[in-house]
Design a protein around this ligand. Structure first.
Ligand SMILES: [Zn+2]
Ligand SMILES: [Zn+2]
Length: 282
């Protein structure tokens, strides 16, 4: 069988290389990590020793792809100059840490408009992406803009906004990609419960931004209903979405890294993975 890239969000508690032990236990070939505490601004660099340990653990593993998820605190849409600069610095730091560990992508929530108009917020985010990518330098990771559920004033709730962000960063196109989150798409109002529904969304992504720019997928079912704007991830096939789009995505995109970000309690990661793998078995 052709290799199908599937994994989970792994913890780096106790050292970044610890994620590979979790990956081995789950038998996965890709995973996502936070490179630092995602709820704090405090910056961090990996020492030469930490980088070496990470690389060694990676080489000894069956893992092909590792990428990061940026801190939830980063809001590139921030209008206020100091807050904007802090977000830019944090994203640049994330890109540098990814380079230190050899990660190709960082998934980013585009930002929150707050008191600004959405077009103003989108322009601000594009400025921030330019600044962060320039500060981090060439040869560092690609930023994957994630579609959002539409909670509060979040930008990227529809594919059109992601497209606008990509148009505004066309000059650094090789540094900007897309990460599809199924829970967010459903909560935002894309009815992906049927094969026709997920195909429609993918056709829209292809038409507006190009499926080749979709470098990662977050496979999450949704506790919230269609168009609820609730960002509540749930176990595969057990939420409001159901199995259909997950089977479809598993079969259509073997080479795109797909990770679950579902509640990890008990053995749920293993159970969700088993269910997803069953979709590609004859
Ligand atoms: Zn996310
Ligand atoms: Zn996600």
């Amino acid at each position: 069988m052709k290799k199908n890239l599937l994994g989970v969000h792994c913890s780096i508690a106790g050292g970044a290389e610890k994620a590979f032990a979790e990956a081995e236990g789950l038998g996965i070939n890709c995973f996502q990590i936070f490179t630092k505490n995602q709820r704090q601004w405090k910056e961090k660099e990996f020492t030469a020793e930490e980088r070496a340990r990470f690389r060694r653990a990676w080489e000894a593993s069956e893992v092909d792809v590792v990428f990061s998820h940026a801190s939830y605190l980063i809001n590139l849409a921030a209008a206020e100059p100091e807050r904007h600069q802090r977000a830019v610095n944090a994203l640049a730091g994330e890109l540098r840490r990814c380079a230190q560990l050899g990660l190709s992508y960082v998934v980013l929530h585009p930002g929150f408009a707050r008191e600004q108009s959405r077009p103003d917020a989108i322009r601000r985010i594009a400025e921030g992406l330019h600044a962060a990518v320039a500060a981090a330098g060439e040869g560092t990771a690609m930023v994957l803009l994630e579609n959002m559920a539409g909670q509060g004033s979040s930008i990227g709730t529809n594919i059109e906004e992601i497209k606008t962000l990509m148009d505004l960063t066309a000059d650094i196109q090789h540094r900007i990609g897309f990460c599809l989150d199924t829970c967010h798409a459903f909560a935002a109002g894309y009815d992906i419960r049927t094969k026709g529904g997920i195909e429609d969304l993918l056709a829209r992504i292809d038409r507006l931004i190009g499926l080749d720019r979709m470098k990662a997928i977050h496979l999450n079912d949704s506790k919230g209903g269609l168009g609820s704007h609730l960002d509540r991830h749930w176990h595969i096939g057990e939420g409001q979405i159901g199995e259909v789009p997950f089977r479809y995505l598993m079969r259509r995109f073997p080479a795109v890294p797909k990770v679950i970000e579902t509640p990890k309690k008990d053995d749920w990661d293993a159970r969700n993975l088993r269910r997803l793998r069953s979709f590609i078995e004859a």
